[in-house]
Design a protein. Sequence first.
Length: 358
Amino acid sequence: SSGSEIKVMLRALLGSQADADSERSSGDAASGYGASSLRPVKLLVIQADDYDWPVIMRGTKLADGRPILVYQTGWSDIQVHCDTYSSTRICVDILKLAKTATPPEGYSAGRCLTIQPDFVLVRNEVKTPNFDGRGRLNGLLFADVPAMNSLESILLFCERPAVQGQLQRLQRRLGKDTFPVVDQHYCSSSRSLMYGYTFPAVVKVGSAHAGAGKMMIKDHRQMSDFRSVLEMMPNEHCFVEPFVESQGDLRIQKIGDHYRAFLRNGISGEWKTNTGSSIMTEVNCEDRWRRWASEAAAMFGGLDIMTVDAIIEESTGAQLILEVNGTSSGLHPDFADKDNSVIKELLLRKMNAALCES
């Protein structure tokens, strides 16, 4: 039989163990690690849209000397299977590598890779309006694979009410002057949408990001019309909050102990400045903003990578926290190289803590 036929027969007879062992051996050989070398650890990077993590991590080793092999892909391009009764524990089938990533040596385009990841770096949203990758995430959770950010926090960030509830908790503990969060109304469905606050208002359906599912409502008549639309989505919750006329948005970025702050001003006339054209400028990170980020970074057991989004009210200059973003927080293009280096160093510390004996 040909080599490919033998591989198919082995997989049919022995399950994913044979394929994982074959992939491990070929990956080690292609990378120049022989039997006498320390076996490399495998880092799975979930980022399909940007950057080249195999190049960013090139030449890195753990504290015990083990080199790091990097496989970069997206949530929609993996399948996860794991068990509690074999030495394999977890296998991740990579159907396609990220377009921006340098492939492993010897890799043939279109080939499915099967790896056993030792650590996972997540930089993309699990759940989007067009895809729900929580099944893959739950597989990684079941196998207890260490990750950055933690897989538990990433799962909770799939639900906006869980995140906003943590922000409201921080406001109650610290006070509204110290930690000012925009007022909000939550409804579990159209039947419980009984908004009785100010207009205009903004409705946010479900847990989508980047401006999706958001709409401005001018008065109670439009709200009644919107409620009839929400009836067509019986499984979706909804937030309503007062519309704030903005003179600009703030984004406070925290990666480990490294902070940045940005001011964003829209130039296209869109009230959603994160969807229209805008100018984003780095500004000095004030102590108040640092505290916002450091307090929010403690939620869900700790967030290694996160951002706080706030709005500056045009009439009063008041600053109101809108939301917190987790592991998928995007980087400003002008600072991406430096910030990815910060992520790299933080990632190495996390991997050493999880994978090296003290």
